[in-house]
Ligand binder design. Structure first.
Ligand code: 3HC
Length: 308
């Protein structure tokens, strides 16, 4: 009988294998995953706010049902990701406290206001579209629980992106006022969506190690470019203009050249000085307090041994 091949962490990473919760792993690897998975989970939960604000104002029962399903999915994504983070030995309550007190972040994109109904479709099309570009490679991340959580999340994000595009297509091919509303939303969300992919590779302090550890499979700029190349033809189908005068097809590269992303704006939003940062956290802290009785009841029920 052959002894089980003892594989070191380095061997697993080199073999593009999976690190599982009970495997030996460097403290920094664990810390990086806790940071990224927690922030990803926070993004899913805070991301419920801009769209949730439109559930009661959806223009039809069909749009309301679709939006309800999407927002509910986001809560589930947060649940999967907090559960994945807990396999690394952290407590969910501590992660939420870190979010509430600003010690941990969430995606910059959710610090922008959703001003009209067209924003809901634009968020689905662009934000969930960007999330798919960023998250499909994470299905092959070296940490097992994170990669497996991503598989289901990516399937649901595809529905999110498609429903957003379809909703925006109805508007952009509707009345002139509806077309203008769709164009206004694209004008406001385009550049913040490019910022979702993070700072440029030249200013991305975590990329080198995350790439070496098989967490990040493609660089921030590579995925940003992939998103632009995917989205420009979609905007053409919508009949909407992407707000970038430097956007031009580069035949030699087989890719779209695009203008400078305002990374100073990204830094400001990440630092907590975006349009909606304070509002988003205040809402989350209030919801957490209002929901405390549910958690207490669940804890009391569990302590009582459950149903007799
Ligand atoms: N928003 C907020 N913070 C950001 C950011 C953004 N868009 N982009 C970068 N940052 C932060 C990073 O967290 C890091 O700060 P930290 O070290 O204090 O955590 C710093 O800026 C430097 O950036 P790096 O590129 O060095 O950091 P990463 O290697 O972590 O790359 C990332 C950033 C690409 C966002 C990476 O963390 C990642 O892939 N995260 C998982 C995916 C994710 O979180 N997506 C959120 C999208 S929203 C979503 O999925 C909800 C869906 O329903 C739409």
């Amino acid at each position: 009988v052959y002894p089980r091949r003892v594989t070191t962490f380095e061997q697993v990473i080199e073999d593009l294998g999976r690190v599982e919760p009970r495997d030996a792993m460097p403290d920094d690897y664990r810390a990086t995953l806790i940071r990224q998975i927690a922030q990803h989970a926070h993004s899913e939960i805070i991301g419920m706010q801009p769209e949730g604000a439109w559930i009661t104002r959806a223009p039809s029962l069909r749009r309301k049902a679709i939006l309800l399903a999407k927002v509910q999915d986001e809560a589930g994504h947060g649940l999967y990701l907090y559960a994945a983070a807990e396999t690394l030995g952290v407590d969910r309550a501590d992660l939420l406290d870190a979010l509430h007190t600003g010690r941990q972040k969430y995606s910059s994109i959710f610090n922008y206001p959703s001003l009209t109904w067209a924003d809901v479709g634009t968020i689905g099309w662009l934000v969930d579209g960007a999330a798919i570009v960023n998250q499909v490679p994470l299905c092959r991340c070296s940490y097992g629980p994170y990669a497996r959580a991503m598989v289901r999340i990516c399937k649901e994000e595809s529905f999110h992106q498609r429903q957003g595009f379809e909703s925006l297509h109805a508007l952009s091919h509707g009345t002139p006022e509806q077309h203008a509303m769709a164009q206004d939303a694209l004008d406001r969300w385009w550049w913040p969506a490019l910022m979702m992919f993070g700072p440029p590779d030249s200013a991305s302090p975590n990329s080198e190690r995350s790439t070496a550890w098989g967490i990040k499979r493609f660089s921030n700029d590579t995925l940003r470019q992939r998103f632009v190349d995917m989205t420009v033809p979609q905007a053409a189908v919508l009949g909407l203009r992407i707000p970038d005068d430097d956007l031009a097809w580069n035949e030699e590269r087989g890719s779209w050249d695009f203008g400078e992303v305002d990374f100073a704006e990204l830094a400001e939003v990440v630092a907590g000085r975006g349009p909606c940062n304070a509002e988003r956290i205040a809402h989350k802290v209030r919801a957490d307090a209002e929901g405390a009785w549910v958690r207490e009841a669940a804890d009391a029920y569990a302590a009582s041994g459950g149903a007799r």
